[in-house]
Design a protein around this ligand. Structure first.
Ligand code: UGA
Length: 469
């Protein structure tokens, strides 16, 4: 099928490349000519596993780039809208980009087409898109507006798309549902998974994925409610972690105990610095606004957001407790991305923490395996940038682990301790085992687990032991 995907951000670019991988002819549309030229020339604008392979496979053949939205819409049976929906000052989703795309494609609708919302949008957006299309001259019997929400996570976006837990098709007519089913058929009939060069299956994938056909409105709500529920799980476990700290229990054990109840599940129960990124913070605000507009005060979401904010403040208090004063302290920060596996620093808890440390007068050296360039755009020359974790740590008063990169879990701890001025690790992501850290001579602070102190007294005494509690 020939399809157009409008917007070459995370969702649009990954969806476009994956639809091409499924055998469709994709026109990826963006109004940023520089970005298009870079994509055409082979650059990969985001750090995303398997995306370079897919772009290499399909660029110039099944995946082409264009800034001509109208022409792309004319040539396509389905037009996916994957443009940004940033929050307004009131926290609602700004739908002006969605509206302008709808306005522009209205004139291109002559034969039957499906206009599909792929961006996360509030309920009723499909009704508005339909109205805009009609007002701008699209004949009502030649199109349907559908919602096909995307559940991909940054870092694992390609495998999330190709091996989804489910495919949600929000279609209000059978004709529209049929077209969308056809698009995903290589996944739902399993033929993609039998291909020799298929992107490898991740752990825990269920293939073929089930299809859930709903009304467009329900699909819009499924996306907001899913993100809100996942964020709630994270805030819940962060709150439990605080109780664990207060009573001296271990949140890992508590997670194992509650997560092994199949009704609860183990995933998204990792306590840490709270959720960040370009989705949860924005979507919680937007869903809160959607509920309010619909006449329901969803106070639970306020609490989820409050706990999330508090989690960063609690971590900063932990740093102050471990180091006493921060002015003039040299701190090594491992990780600036909002989570491991991505170079994205939007709404990154790590960046918030670094900014607070700088306000307190600390000198910060940062290292991140992928997000250094983006960190530079935001933090400029307020911090120094290390070429590797060991360079960041050299001479520092403490190490702060702020992103859950796998490579941080495998660091040479003896080397780290030897490089540090004081053997203090403050881990916002629970990457290490307190027992092991104590055995290696560290003062170790983490989330929801008791602090650990060196079992063998290190040669250099930490600041903390010299100061009153
Ligand atoms: C999230 C959802 O997981 C996707 O399903 C959804 O498609 C996407 O938003 C979206 O709406 O586009 P993403 O923001 O890429 O995906 O990242 P997540 O893996 O969900 O992590 C979000 C934040 O929660 C990160 O800061 C992460 O560190 C944090 N997190 C996650 C925890 O603190 N604990 C956990 O157990 C899991």
């Amino acid at each position: 099928m020939r399809i157009a995907v409008v917007g070459s951000g995370y969702v649009g670019l990954v969806a476009g490349a994956c639809f091409a991988e499924l055998g469709h002819d994709v026109i990826l549309v963006d109004n940023d000519e520089r970005k298009l030229a870079a994509l055409q020339q082979g650059s990969v604008p985001i750090h995303e596993r398997f995306l370079p392979e897919l772009l290499e496979r399909h660029r110039g053949s099944r995946l082409v780039f264009s800034s001509d939205l109208r022409k792309a819409a004319e040539q396509s049976a389905a037009i996916f809208i994957a443009v940004g929906t940033p929050p307004t000052e009131q926290g609602e989703a700004d739908l002006s980009y969605v509206e302008s795309v709808a306005r522009e494609i209205a004139g291109a609708i002559r034969s039957y087409k499906v206009v599909v919302e792929k961006s996360t949008v509030p309920v009723y957006t499909n009704t508005w898109v339909r109205k805009v299309l009609l007002l701008n001259g699209a004949p009502g019997d030649r199109f349907d507006v559908a919602s096909n929400p995307e559940f991909l996570r940054e870092g694992t976006a390609v495998t999330d798309f190709l091996y989804p837990d489910r495919i949600v098709l929000g279609a209000d007519t059978e004709r529209c549902a049929h077209l969308l089913r056809e698009l995903y058929q290589p996944l739902t009939d399993g033929s993609y998974y039998r291909r020799k060069n298929a992107i490898p299956e991740p752990d825990n994938a269920t293939t073929p994925p089930p299809v859930i056909v709903t009304s467009a409105k329900s699909a819009e709500l499924i996306k907001h409610a899913s993100n809100a529920f996942l964020a709630m799980k994270i805030s819940f476990i962060n709150a439990v972690a605080t109780v664990c700290e207060n009573v001296g229990a271990d949140v890992r054990q508590v997670c194992e105990g509650i997560g092994s109840d199949s009704r609860i599940g183990r995933r998204f129960l990792r306590p840490g610095l709270g959720y960040g990124g370009s989705c949860f913070p924005k979507d919680l605000l937007a869903f809160r606004a959607v509920a309010r507009d619909a006449g329901y005060d969803f106070h639970l979401l306020d609490e989820v957001m409050r706990i999330n904010e508090d989690q960063r403040q609690r971590f900063l208090r932990k740093v102050r407790n471990a180091l006493w004063t921060l002015k003039g302290k040299r701190l090594a920060v491992l990780g600036v991305a909002f989570k491991g596996g991505t170079d994205d620093i939007r709404e990154s808890p790590a960046v918030c923490v670094v900014e607070a440390l700088l306000r307190d007068g600390s000198q910060v050296a940062v290292y991140d395996p992928a997000a250094m360039e983006r960190a530079r755009e935001v933090l400029g020359d307020k911090v120094t940038y290390a070429a590797n974790p060991y360079e960041a740590v050299a001479g520092a008063d403490a190490v702060l682990v702020l992103t859950d990169w796998e490579e941080f879990a495998g660091l040479d701890l003896d080397r780290i301790r030897a490089l540090l001025r004081y053997p203090i690790v403050i881990d916002g992501r629970n990457l290490y085992d307190p027992e092991i850290m104590a055995g290696r001579g560290f003062f170790y602070y983490c989330v929801g687990r008791p602090e650990a102190a060196p079992r063998t007294e290190p040669s250099t005494r930490p600041v903390r032991s010299e100061t009153p509690e």
